[in-house]
Design a protein around this ligand. Sequence first.
Ligand code: HEC
Length: 121
Amino acid sequence: MRSLVLGAVLAALIPLSAQAQEAGDAAAGEKAFAPCKACHNFQKNGVGPDLKGVVGRKAGTYEGYNYSAALKNSGITWDEANLHEWLKNPKAKVPGTKMIFQGYSDDKKINDVIAYLKTQS
Ligand code: HEC
């Protein structure tokens, strides 16, 4: 009886741990963010806009940054799904953007970067 209950508990936990593995890893994301640092930080605008608190922010709205019209008028809010598409291929997501970055093909890397961005709120 006891092992039956244990089995049921384990069976319930396994899908949870599988999901946890798919979620981004912020520590790995910090490393994957290295190329972004050429243009972005979390303190001030540089070549690219300040990314502090970008997850959940409306695109093209960070104060004092001179965005392209394309991004400013995109109507995007940076939820995880939109960030994912953006980091996969910025030019496909927002034609006319001035972010010169070809994108990451690796979904895990993208999830990791997003997890890292979430820590910078
Ligand atoms: C060569 C410089 C450069 C690199 C490298 C770069 N970006 Fe950008 N990024 C920009 C510029 C410029 C913009 C503004 C684009 C516009 O106005 O069209 C931008 C915009 C963004 C935005 C939208 C911000 C907002 O306020 O709407 C996000 C999110 C972003 N970048 C994330 C990243 C991440 C994550 C990486 C690394 C994987 C990265 N960028 C790499 C230059 C860069």
